[in-house]
Design a protein around this ligand. Structure first.
Ligand code: HEM
Length: 424
């Protein structure tokens, strides 16, 4: 059996993710009727859709059997894949970051920044992050009683934090935000570089490629600067990082910056915007976390589960394998659906209800295993600090219009969250 074409088309359709319900319904049906099955949406090669929490963990745990880099890491049409391979000398990837690597490279490259992002090393940053959070909350108060929480706060605060950690000057933040939105929002006519619906494959790939080139040009200059004058920032670690005693390759270094400068804020911004949206719709939850700040770490976890800003990653089987009783063949492509894993009824009670006090909350939004999100501790810390500061001042919040989501099927979340609020 293969997944019915309408469902297969839905789970790769950027507009279904913008709709929210449409994609949730498709995955709920798959979990019930075909939890691990082959899909072949129009224009795509077939791939397994891994919808259950347990199966996602099982694939991620076996990183030698299920590779990241052998085929595209993000679901891609046959035509787009062909185009990228033509441009990249046979490689299915436009960049070569940790996400596209497997061992031994993955381990060696990950080691370069891993230490800096561990909780014990991030602790020294907490006071500064709190100061940044307070600055954004003051700016929110200056809006009076209405703002677009996504655009006015949630997109800007994690951006500022990661750019400071990375070492990008504040003046360049609007450029980094625009490039990130153009990259992840390539299917969104309001966000992509062309400013229109992207139906032509050549145009779509050219647009992505030009965004990647702009990032590379920018970070090339940063590399030269940090090689000459290293500082205490992530950019210096990348610029001076060595693999087997040699400086890392140019494509690898550029890709390292790009993933930190994009995944390092867009995900956290989406989660923060989605959390306030959920609190505005659930005044009982808002009242509870406001009255009891010890619930804030739970609010953070639940908002990460709720939004799940990374919608999928692909894996490729390196050998014939068995998963949940199904035979996976060497070379098979597999979609790990994080939003589906995070709504899995077998793991989460009332998965479609937002509960700040959900315990346990073993979501898979950060992935799992060797590739588990490198920035998870930073993301958690900056969101906890923001809520500690914001909930202390925010007395009332409600939606002031209908929020919207980005049109995308990879990394995405709310685009606009208009609110009316009272602060002191
Ligand atoms: C990888 C989610 C924030 C940097 C990942 C993966 C997911 C993810 C699902 C893939 C994991 C896997 O394949 O198992 C998220 C979410 C975030 C977030 C939900 C916020 C709520 C951040 C931040 C940074 C970051 C703040 C900044 C440093 C990375 C990097 C990788 C990664 C470098 C690649 C790791 C590897 O392949 O070894 N993230 N992320 N992420 N994330 Fe995050």
């Amino acid at each position: 059996m293969t997944i019915p074409t309408d469902i297969a088309n839905t789970i790769v359709d950027p507009t279904a993710y913008a709709d929210g319900d449409r994609v949730d319904r498709a995955f709920a049906q798959l979990r019930r009727e075909a939890p691990l099955e082959m899909a072949q949406p129009d224009g795509f090669d077939p791939f397994w859709v891994v919808t259950r929490h347990a199966d996602i963990l099982e694939v991620e745990r076996q990183n030698a059997l299920f590779h990241n880099g052998d085929r595209a890491t993000v679901v891609t049409t046959i035509e787009a894949d062909k185009k990228v391979r033509e441009m990249m000398g046979g490689s299915p990837h436009l960049v070569r970051s940790l996400v596209q690597m497997d061992n031994p490279d993955h381990f060696a490259y990950r080691k370069i920044t891993q230490g800096a992002l561990l909780p014990q090393n991030l602790r020294a940053l907490e006071a500064r992050i709190r100061e940044i959070a307070r600055g954004f909350i003051d700016r929110m108060a200056e809006h009076g009683d209405r703002c677009d929480f996504a655009r006015d706060v949630a997109f800007l605060y994690p951006l500022h934090v990661i750019m400071e950690v990375l070492g990008v000057p504040e003046a360049d933040e609007p450029r980094m935000l625009k490039l990130t939105q153009e990259l992840f929002g390539n299917a969104d006519p309001e966000l992509n570089r062309a400013g229109k619906s992207m139906t032509d494959v050549d145009e779509g790939i050219a647009s992505l490629q030009s965004v990647v080139m702009d990032f590379m040009m920018y970070f090339n200059a940063i590399t030269e600067d940090r090689r000459a004058k290293p500082r205490e920032d992530l950019a210096s670690l990348i610029a001076n990082g060595k693999i087997d005693g040699e400086p890392m390759g140019h494509l690898e270094a550029m890709s390292y910056y790009i993933i930190a400068a994009t995944a390092g804020h867009d995900t956290t911004s989406s989660t923060t915007a989605g959390a306030l949206w959920a609190l505005a719709e659930n005044p009982d939850q808002f009242a509870r976390v406001k009255a009891d700040p010890s619930l804030i770490p739970g609010l953070v976890e639940e908002s990460i589960r709720w939004v799940t800003p990374v919608k999928h990653f692909m894996r490729t089987a390196t050998a014939d394998a068995e998963l949940a009783g199904r035979k996976i063949a060497k070379g098979d492509w597999m979609m790990l659906s994080y939003p589906s894993g995070n709504r899995d009824e077998a793991v989460f009670e009332d998965p479609f209800t937002f509960r700040a006090d959900r315990t346990p909350n073993k979501h898979v939004a950060f992935g799992y295993g060797a590739h588990v999100c490198l920035g998870q501790h930073l993301a958690r810390m900056e969101m906890r600090v923001l809520w500690e500061e914001l909930l202390a001042r925010l007395d009332k919040v409600e939606l002031d219009g209908t929020p919207t989501r980005m049109v995308a099927n990879f990394v995405c979340g709310p685009k606009s969250v208009p609110i009316r609020f009272k602060m002191h």
